[in-house]
Design a binder for this molecule. Structure first.
Ligand SMILES: *Cc1c(COP(=O)(O)O)cnc(C)c1O
Length: 364
């Protein structure tokens, strides 16, 4: 028998969450962002759930190849564009659309021999200072691209730094509009947070780029939960209890004796640890579901195991199923965001960090 731990990818929830993104941007087309191996879910595993999208956006060329290998003939966008000249050959061969965010990429295009000109997305750095042309360089980049025989349609793109928070997007929107208002071409501005929170950006987006929302994590947690956005978990991580311990008052649990019982306790030892991708930093009190009932971890997370307080579930014991995040058999949901916040991070990081040793199943 393998260790009793399993991740499950929920196709029905991917379909549902894509519907949420569509309803938030009814006039736009939707990129399903599947970078980082579909946020740790596996591109092949999410494909059935996300094939209703209008295109797939990602950044690794080998991932673009995998999307084509799945039989996807629609749009595929490279969010960071090409990294070296021969990447353009793959763009030609696989018909990939690609972002152009710097002069080096325009130089590569100008030297590229292709029969079919490429569709490109010209990216503006409207304030995030990561990728893109500065506002005062943007139009000359556009003009230069537009003159290239290698280039077909030019779309306009920017990315928000604060769509999830208090600062918002007003400044970046104003910068983008000031520079691009009279340029032709389709626009793509909104990520998940902007799609859910900022109608003005959605209305200015011919394409929205939905990532995290598709995977059942709220981009602005804890201001909003997935329940408030109507999203469902798409990844469940579950493991079984492989031992129980009766712990008396004053006894400790786990490494460094960091947890000391203040009363007699029944502890369940769960076959999931940091080597499975469960964050070691999660403190005592991090929520889990045991047989679908909310319980809490106690003590340090170790490599292969963690401990939970079984007080709320007297019937639970050896073999009981513990949901670390996602949904339990009784329908109870533990959003990945609630675990992420205990780990001082975001749902993105937890789902991306699911370890290779965890077996994964797709539920259709
Ligand atoms: C990752 C990414 C997205 C998706 O972001 P989410 O917050 O996951 O919705 C959109 N656009 C670009 C350029 C990205 O890199």
């Amino acid at each position: 028998m393998p260790r009793p731990i399993l991740a499950t990818i929920h196709t029905d929830s991917l379909i549902h969450n894509l519907g949420v993104a569509r309803r938030a941007a009814p006039e736009s087309r939707v990129w399903a962002v599947v970078k980082a191996n579909a946020y740790g879910h596996g591109i092949e595993r999410v494909f059935e759930g996300l094939r209703g999208a209008d295109g797939f956006a990602l950044l690794d060329l080998s991932e673009a190849q995998r999307v084509r290998d799945l039989g996807w003939r629609g749009p595929v966008l490279l969010l960071e564009g090409v990294f070296e000249p021969r990447d353009l050959e793959l763009c030609s061969r696989l018909d990939l659309w690609h972002t152009v965010h710097c002069d080096a990429q325009i130089d590569m295009l100008a030297a590229h021999k292709t029969h079919a000109p490429h569709r490109v997305f010209l990216k503006m750095n409207s304030g995030m200072n990561r990728l893109g042309f500065a506002p005062d360089e943007y139009r000359s980049a556009w003009t230069r691209l537009n003159a290239l025989p290698q280039v077909d349609e030019i779309s306009l793109m920017t990315h928000f730094s604060d769509a999830d928070g208090a600062k918002g997007i007003a400044q970046q929107m104003a910068t983008f509009h000031a520079v691009t208002s009279d340029l032709p071409g389709e626009r793509t501005l909104s990520n998940s947070a902007a799609t859910l929170r900022h109608l003005d950006a959605v209305q200015a987006s011919d394409w929205v780029r939905a990532g995290i929302a598709l995977y059942g994590s709220a981009p602005d947690f804890p201001e909003h939960s997935i329940a408030q956005w109507g999203l469902q978990p798409t990844m469940t991580l579950a493991a079984k209890i492989i031992a129980t311990q009766a712990v008396s008052t004053g006894a400790s649990v786990g490494y460094s004796s960091s947890f000391v019982a203040e009363r007699p306790m029944r502890i369940g030892v769960v076959a999931c640890g940091y080597a499975d991708g469960y964050p070691r930093i999660c403190p005592t009190g991090t929520p889990v579901l045991v047989d679908g009932v909310r319980c809490q971890t106690v003590g340090r997370v170790s490599m292969d195991m963690l401990a939970v307080d079984l007080e709320p579930v007297p019937q639970a014991g050896f073999g009981s199923v513990v949901t670390l995040w996602g949904r339990a058999a009784n329908g109870a949901v533990l959003p990945i965001d609630e675990v992420a916040i205990q780990a001082k991070t975001v749902g993105y990081e937890l789902m991306c960090a699911l370890a290779a040793r965890v077996p994964v199943e797709v539920s259709l």
